[in-house]
Design a protein around this ligand. Sequence first.
Ligand SMILES: NC(=O)c1ccc[n+]([C@@H]2O[C@H](COP(=O)([O-])OP(=O)(O)OC[C@H]3O[C@@H](n4cnc5c(N)ncnc54)[C@H](O)[C@@H]3O)[C@@H](O)[C@H]2O)c1
Length: 273
Amino acid sequence: MRDLSGRTAFITGGASGIGLAMADAFADKGMRLVIADVNKAALDQTEAHFKQRGTEVLSMLLDVTDRPALEAAVKRIEAFGKLHVVCANAGIPPSGAKVAETEPAKWDRMMAINLTGVYNTVHYTLGLLRAHGEGGHIVITSSMAGAVAASPIGDYVVAKYAAVGFGEVMAWELKPDNIGVSILMPGTVVSNLSGRPPEPNPTAMNAADVGKRVVKAIEGNELHVFTHADYKPYVQARCDALMAAFGESAQAGFKEPEQVMAMMSQNAYPPKG
Ligand SMILES: NC(=O)c1ccc[n+]([C@@H]2O[C@H](COP(=O)([O-])OP(=O)(O)OC[C@H]3O[C@@H](n4cnc5c(N)ncnc54)[C@H](O)[C@@H]3O)[C@@H](O)[C@H]2O)c1
């Protein structure tokens, strides 16, 4: 989506950190904003911030796990104006346990917010993106933890890997609607994710830089969006290991049925054309 000016973006978890930075970068481009968050105080501050900037803004107290609330939000967004950009960004940090030892309640909460929350956000707003026929863009905030498995952040890794799959499948499913998808996969970014005030960390990336990177990704319709090149060797090692693991199967010579391969050639990532 080349021209963002005058378009409307919906951002979950938009009252802090990366979501707020995306909102700021969108406002720089002259976009209108719908900001959703569960943190009322941060939401009020965010609304005041954008009103002061002269940006048209609608803020809503919304939990991405609450489907009836999302359905109601869709009606309010529709009344606010045509929707072109959806950012499924709200998220919580890892519980810090070894993956199989994660407490069931913490596991369920992780999946409900960091994975199903992403699905919910897109599922309920997709109709608004399609309604005007002008195309649009969806941003999924995954993480570097969506491409590199690490401990003890396993519950977070599982949700973020799955969010990557969700985005990659959508990239080809939504191509006929001219709706692009970007999967944001940052390393450490200064934010409130830990629940504590951000510690000064001269090596962590500023959220503002991530916000600007997202604008570029939307304008260039980039699918995978990396921000931290330091992780390249880890992603490379994982890709190499996956490819090497095919060795045995190539020797065995088994073939996938032709109709399955025909389906893959039409519908598998990466999107054609
Ligand atoms: N900060 C990092 O280092 C980093 C790195 C990679 C990915 N991420 C991802 O970026 C996204 C944004 O996180 P952040 O770092 O800006 O943290 P943050 O805590 O500053 O912002 C997250 C926002 O999401 C909101 N939120 C939490 N649960 C919600 C829910 N159920 N419904 C609606 N809003 C909810 C919070 O109130 C908060 O305002 C998350 O998905 C996170 O996993 C962060």
